[in-house]
Design a protein around this ligand. Sequence first.
Ligand SMILES: [Zn+2]
Length: 268
Amino acid sequence: MTEAFLYTMMAGVFGLIIGSFLNVCISRLPDDYSIDEPRSQCPRCGRMIQWYDNLPVVSFVMLGGKGRCCGEPISFRYPVVEALTCALFVGAVYHFGATWAAVKWCVFSAILVELIFSDLETRILPDEFTKWGMALGVMFSPVVLLPYGLVGAMVSVYYPQASGAMASFVNSVLAAALLGGGLWFLGWAYERLRGREGLGFGDVKMVAMMGAFLGLETTLVGLMAGSLLGTVLGLAWIKLKRQSSDNYELPFGSFLGVGALLAAILSF
Ligand SMILES: [Zn+2]
């Protein structure tokens, strides 16, 4: 067994555990429930769940998707989040090895998975993940360098002795401020023109978080991919369900999250 294989296996197990934790966050953060309560309860009947019924993915399969306590169906979201987080962690460590880059992409994917599913279910993008995510993205920027890009070129013109770490840090901060600010402005203008809210402030903070992790160009690609996906799927959904677009709130954050994941993977 090679060392690389061992690291990838460890990333998979770790991904399942983190995925299980993300499920707790998706369920509890929007209602302000504590996420550090010692034991898990069945969301249907409130009874305690034993540890052997709470194993990532495995328990869902063993139980046939139904709670042992009350026989009510368990949401598919649980195994999907766990399997997806596992796959993303495995992918990051397989691609980057045991490096800081792998750590950064695992952290970023975990944040995105939480936000994608939280927005899909509750239309809430918790501050714990957007704001703290933004801070983490900025902190990673001098350690795992962002692509040089436009900001790097600008920095080298005005400050030729700047290091790569410095250019990456400036890219991260500028991308967060410019893209988050830009989206905020669009939302503000839309509200002024149409008299209703088009974007939540959660979306603005999420885009700033993406900017901090991805830098200017990659975030723009992610924004475009997410908006395109949101427009196509949103229109299809409204047609299918014959809903009026006025009373259906699109989970824009979920689409942004998928766009950011695609952009990140394409940039490797
Ligand atoms: Zn139950």
